[in-house]
Write a protein that binds this ligand. Structure first.
Ligand SMILES: [Zn+2]
Ligand SMILES: [Zn+2]
Length: 269
């Protein structure tokens, strides 16, 4: 394992703009982004991609090698509603018991793989060690699957927003950064303005299931019309699904009929 090392070099000049930024800075940011894109494209020609996990040559222009892709535990048999993994023998069953008893507010979920090594390490490095280029990798890994398996494409992508306080601490929203290559490659518009996280919630991972549900209630606010019938929420990790369910509930109050969820990783607890 050599997380944080080899795959980083090619994208060392990447610059992040956050969820929103003042208009005054927009021109300056555009210039910086243009220069960054140019530097990245030049570096890409000189330095081939290396695996972010082991340092071997990357597979098909990705920062991960074919062997490490094979190590990812794909979420092949899962509840269609909440992406909870199910036994392969239950492949004719489409919904888990929890979704049958108490359906969430979203309609369908797709999770690329399980939150297990090496994917968990990549996501932790992205979120807590500022490895922003891993978002591009994770989004790109999801795209092929999504295009192949997820039926009717949504009209709009909404990344799960971070509270401004958390955004300032981290400097970027990992959900938005993962959604960015997905939106670009699938040519689906991304809305980062209509939805805000206005309640500063406790970190969900430190709470029990019931506490998570209470903690996230009323966390989101819609500030502009969402002119779409079918929206998809994108996030990095889904555990209980309380966060995306609350966001879906909030979005549906505006008249959106269908809200799907696309996440990179499905955690079990
Ligand atoms: Zn590798
Ligand atoms: Zn389910």
């Amino acid at each position: 394992m050599n997380l944080g090392g080899p795959g980083e070099s090619r994208l060392a000049f990447e610059f992040h703009c956050g969820q929103s930024y003042p208009i005054i800075a927009a021109c300056q940011l555009m210039i910086i982004k243009t220069v960054n894109n140019w530097l990245n494209s030049m570096l890409f020609r000189v330095i081939p991609p290396l695996c972010a996990v082991c340092g071997a040559p990357g597979h098909e222009k990705l920062d991960i090698c074919i062997a490490c892709i094979a190590e990812l535990i794909r979420n092949s048999h899962a509840c269609q509603r909440c992406a909870l993994p199910m036994e392969a023998a239950q492949s004719d069953i489409t919904l888990c018991g929890h979704c049958l008893r108490q359906p969430p507010h979203y309609d369908f979920s797709y999770a690329f793989a399980l939150y297990e090594p090496p994917l968990d390490r990549l996501i932790q490095q992205l979120k807590f060690n500022n490895k922003l280029s891993y978002a591009q990798l994770l989004g790109s890994l999801m795209v092929t699957d999504i295009a192949r398996n997820n039926g009717e494409p949504p009209e709009l992508i909404i990344p799960v927003p971070l509270h401004p306080q958390r955004l300032r601490q981290r400097g970027f929203n990992q959900a938005l950064e993962i959604a960015r290559p997905i939106a670009k490659q699938l040519a689906i518009p991304m809305d980062t303005n209509s939805c805000q996280r206005t309640k500063a919630t406790t970190e969900q991972s430190s709470l029990s299931a019931q506490q998570r549900a209470d903690n996230i209630k009323g966390a989101f606010t819609i500030s502009a019309d969402i002119s779409a019938e079918h929206v998809v929420i994108v996030d990095d990790v889904m555990t209980t699904g309380n966060t995306v369910s609350e966001l879906a509930r909030t979005i549906k109050k505006t008249g959106v009929h269908r809200v799907d969820v696309w996440v990179c990783a499905r955690a079990l607890t």
